[in-house]
Design a protein around this ligand. Structure first.
Ligand code: DCP
Ligand code: MG
Length: 378
């Protein structure tokens, strides 16, 4: 019999905004939008809770955010600050439990099974961690506690802002039933639309359906969805244990121009710089990539992604750049004007560096998110 487990999902509140508030406390409590200036191209990375009241949210164009909330304070993003604070968050968590997995820059799962003697019951443990996080980082977080990571993640979201929520084992179905299907990790806009079209709006509607039906309609993913609707760790990342297969799946960098450009020299030099950044990240992680991908966005927002797999994995900037440049020339719409406003490069299918095989992933125990294109603007 497997031992019942207790997981925390810890997610920092309005992360980028909160970090900016540490540097400039005058921002506290105000509508703040991180990601760029109001008139710039690009999107909102993070919005303070005060700005969210006006409908502003992450991934929204900055100009739309300005229309909704002209009084907001617009702040440029500082990726190095967020990385620094992400490290601090990781430190607090790893001092608390040996089983920690960062799932993105500001969220992590930790397994606290068997820590009762040290920290007391789960709720007490979570409050202790909550206090430690605040003391060490000056940042607020929210913590979900549950017997599965999936329910822990959903409950940390329900606990926001600055809260702790424990879904006591056995009460998962009642907790999940009234929530919108969109609350289930992995259900994005498209799946939500498909589910709505089938009359499924709440997680409870999903849980009532026959698994077979979901499988027929949505394939393997449908089966995972059925499991998720019952609060089980199912599908994709949730199929494995915390800490398994650590390390990034892909590494990418991107750039959005403030002005459209069709200047090949400028575009190529951006690609060269992005290729170097990707190469550097691969080397930092001791990884090699086999598949290289170019993403190109035009001024009319049409976006193409083109990938090519090498015979041999690489971490060398010039090899990455040669491949990316070839993909670029083979695919860009030369006549389109104005052109190319974004030229991200991405490396995936990473493999450990054979020279570092003794520690194939230098960040063992953590899984880095694909380098957040969000931090570089979209
Ligand atoms: N982020 C981004 N672009 C997005 C979503 C997020 O750049 N589309 C960045 C900014 C966020 C950080 O990632 O601060 C963490 O994302 P979250 O989804 O956890 O959002 P927040 O931490 O900002 O707010 P919340 O309190 O809802 O967690
Ligand atoms: Mg967050």
């Amino acid at each position: 019999m497997t031992v019942p487990r207790t997981y925390f999902h810890v997610d920092m509140d309005a992360f980028f905004v909160s970090v900016e508030e540490v540097y400039d406390p005058s921002l506290i409590g105000k509508p703040v939008i991180v990601g760029g200036q109001a008139h710039e191209r690009g999107v909102v990375s993070a919005a303070s809770y005060a700005a969210r009241k006006f409908g502003v949210h992450s991934a929204m164009p900055l100009r739309t955010a300005y229309k909704l909330c002209p009084q907001a304070i617009f702040v440029d993003g500082h990726p190095s600050r967020y990385r620094e604070y992400s490290e601090k968050v990781y430190k607090v968590l790893s001092d608390f439990s040996p089983v920690v997995e960062m799932a993105s820059v500001d969220e992590a799962y930790i397994d606290i099974t068997g820590t009762e003697r040290l920290y007391g019951p789960p709720l007490r443990a979570a409050h202790l961690l909550h206090d430690r996080m605040k003391a060490a980082t000056r940042l607020n977080c929210s913590i979900g506690i549950a017997a599965s990571r999936l329910v822990a993640k959903i409950s940390s979201d329900q606990a926001k802002p600055n809260g702790v929520l424990w879904v006591i084992p056995g009460t998962e179905a009642a907790f999940l039933a009234p929530l919108d299907v969109r609350k289930v990790p992995g259900v994005g806009k498209v799946t939500e639309k498909n589910l709505h079209a089938a009359g499924i709006r709440k997680v409870g509607d999903l849980a009532r359906l026959d698994e077979k039906l979901l499988e027929q309609r949505f394939g393997k993913w449908g089966l995972a969805l059925a499991g998720k609707s019952r609060g089980l760790d199912a599908g994709g990342w949730f199929d494995r244990e915390i800490g398994e297969d650590v390390g990034p799946k892909s590494i990418s960098h991107e750039h959005t121009y403030n002005e459209d450009t069709a200047d090949v020299v400028q575009l190529e030099s951006t690609l060269a710089r992005l290729s170097e950044m990707v190469g550097r990240r691969l080397r930092e992680h001791g990884l090699h990539a086999r598949t290289l991908q170019l993403k190109l966005r035009y001024s009319d927002f049409t976006t193409i992604t083109r990938a090519h797999s090498l015979n041999r994995a690489t971490q060398i900037d010039t090899e990455i750049f040669d491949e990316i440049r070839a993909l670029f020339h083979a695919n860009w719409r030369r006549g389109a004007r104005p052109l190319a406003r974004r030229t991200p490069t991405r490396a995936r299918d990473r493999t450990p560096d054979p020279r570092r095989s003794s520690r194939s992933c230098p960040a063992a125990g953590r899984s880095w998110p694909p380098p957040d294109p969000r931090t570089t603007g979209r």
